[in-house]
Design a protein around this ligand. Sequence first.
Ligand code: TXA
Ligand code: MG
Length: 323
Amino acid sequence: MLTPDLLERAVEILRQGGVVALPTETVYGLAANAEDELAVRRVFAIKGRPATHPLIVHIPGVEALPDWARDIPEEARRLAAAFWPGPLTLVLPRTARATDAVTGGQDTVALRVPAHPIAHAVLSALGGGLAAPSANRFGRVSPTTAPHVREDLGAEVDLVLDGGPCTVGVESTIVDLSSGEPAILRPGGLASEEVERVLGRPVPIRTASTVRVSGSLASHYAPRAGVVLVEPAEALAKAEGLRAQGLRVGVLGPSSLVLPPDFPRFEVPEDPAGAARYLYMRLREADQAGLEMLVACLPPARGLGLAVRDRLSRAAAPRPPGA
Ligand code: TXA
Ligand code: MG
């Protein structure tokens, strides 16, 4: 619950260059005043994120769009009208208000109007923009509850606002509209079919783009356990095979999956949106259970299933040494 006192404290901290973790409908964000370069640098330092990976600027409403972006195409306005506030981020040419610290020196800026009432209350009271990446250490699973944030970043954050579990559960869908042809840079909490419906044309997904999108690094969103991807029908055989090699194995999959009772199971709903909502929570639980291998069932490749498949593929990707 956000009391007026707590809201005032959060805004005061942000005005003085502090860092506040707050809920959005997608995942928890680690927020700093986007126009305060020192505060933004602290966000990078806390996350352990390379300074060249740009942050999303969260704004209170679509009316603030021209403060941060210029040459706004009609298609951006259409998407904003249809999906803001919500899990959609638009990449557009930036104005001077979006500094190099936030954009990593690129001439574009990523903008989003979050739907969570706490994020919205803080943004409205602050009256500016909040640079906020997901409130986890770089390359780890994003937090979807306030206790997750405290586990990861606890003492280093000036304040953690608790808004309960995030309802979407995966990060926003990023649509690049900075160069004529729209493209999805990160599938996320808004289905790509919805973007295509509003734009009335196919929109390619371009995750391995040349722009610096941290989510496009091969291994990202990774739990500590190794992850292998399977279609649900192959899950049992795969899990038994790995267990026969002496590994501590669990299975992440829908409730319909039939498994022997002695297999640790991390259940997600059958529908893609439900799978997205619980994905990061279950990956954390799998780590707490001390698994060495997680056999993860891929959801159908439609709707939010694309975002879940994307995050699971990154979790299963080869990891750099020591990661
Ligand atoms: O749902 C979300 O988007 C969450 C919540 C907190 O709003 N935020 C989030 O932030 O996922 P972060 O920093 O973990 O991911 C931001 C993504 C990165 O992949 C970054 O590279 C990309 O946005 N990005 C930021 N500015 C960009 C730009 N100008 N061009 C292309 N990609 C950009
Ligand atoms: Mg992130």
